[in-house]
Design a protein around this ligand. Structure first.
Ligand code: GLY
Length: 310
């Protein structure tokens, strides 16, 4: 089986001056995941490591660069899933760690549970030797500015995809034909303390099943949860739709049924892949057959670079 990895850096509106940062970030993440697969690594490790690259990059709303809740603190959600046996691990509303996706993987592999939250997740992180870091180190100037702007405007948390929403995710197929997904986010800017979004919820923020494929989602979390977007797309694939048709159908259903917008990346067990979105933009990158593809814009606005050989 030829390995493939696809990553996204979030659906929303990406202002021109940030476009290059998003583009280079998703490329680096996809190449990191592909390197692991090329060396015979498994899909779970590839998606985890690709997401770590994006969590460490302050352009994106995950890990370092996460948006702030109503009190000006970072609370993050993440999920990882192994399509081999449907095992999954997730964390929600976690603070003061650099890479929530690593903690999600530990939940999957070292506990009998699938989702740990808040204080319990922190205690588990400590027990696993994950260092606690000062919360401020995760806060970028951009997220602080946005938080202040929202606070002054007295606005509610984003209900549509506004500038740099930036949840991150990855899906992969390894040389053994196993699929996996990983998704990580700071959630919605100025959200209520304790708010948990779609990212931590299996079937919403992501889903992976070797018999079908894997999906990672981004967009308005409450809308994604209402339609369980990741599992919905895989359901459409089970019904015989192509990856593209299923992804479009899932996004269309979310728009028509609950007026929600977002984006998805998906692979199937045959190693085909897609990146689709109903927002203005979504940064994404994919590597297959030693070719790196990436994009940000929709349709005719897309400046599609030629695939690069890696
Ligand atoms: N999709 C990210 C969130 O709403 O939390």
């Amino acid at each position: 089986m030829k390995p493939v990895v696809v990553v996204h850096g979030g659906a929303g509106v990406i202002v021109h001056e940030n476009a290059e940062g998003y583009r280079s970030g998703v490329k680096r993440a996809a190449l990191r995941g592909y390197d692991i697969l090329r060396q015979g690594g498994d899909a779970v490790t590839a998606v985890e490591e690709a997401v770590v690259v994006l969590e460490d990059d302050p352009h994106f709303n995950a890990g370092n660069g996460s948006v702030l809740n109503e009190e000006g603190d970072v609370e993050m959600d993440a999920i990882i899933m192994d399509g081999k046996d449907l095992s999954s691990g997730a964390v929600s509303a976690v603070r003061c760690i650099a890479n929530p996706i690593k903690l999600a993987r530990l939940v999957m592999e070292k506990t009998d549970h699938m989702l740990l939250t808040c204080e319990g997740a922190s205690r588990f992180a400590k027990s696993q030797g994950i260092p606690e870091i000062p919360g401020e180190t995760l806060i970028s100037e951009r997220s602080k500015e946005r938080w202040k702007k929202n606070l002054n405007a007295g606005s509610k948390p984003n209900t549509t995809c506004q500038i740099g929403m930036g949840t991150v995710g990855a899906v992969a197929v390894d040389s053994q034909g196993n699929v996996a997904c990983a998704t990580s986010t700071g959630g919605l800017s100025n959200k209520m303390v304790g708010r948990v979004g779609d990212t931590a919820c299996i079937g919403s923020g992501g889903y992976a099943d070797n018999n079908i494929g894997a999906v990672s989602t981004t967009g308005h979390g409450e809308s994604i949860m209402k339609v369980t977007l990741a599992r919905l797309i895989l359901h459409y694939m089970e019904q015989g739709m192509s990856l593209e048709e299923a992804s479009d159908a899932g996004l269309n259903f979310m728009k028509t049924r609950v007026d929600g917008i977002g984006g998805v990346i998906a692979v199937n067990s045959a190693g085909e892949w897609t990146a689709k979105f109903s927002t203005k933009q979504m940064s994404w990158a994919a590597v297959k057959d030693e070719n790196l593809h990436c994009g940000i814009y929709l349709g005719e606005n897309e400046i599609t670079p030629l695939p690069e050989t890696v």
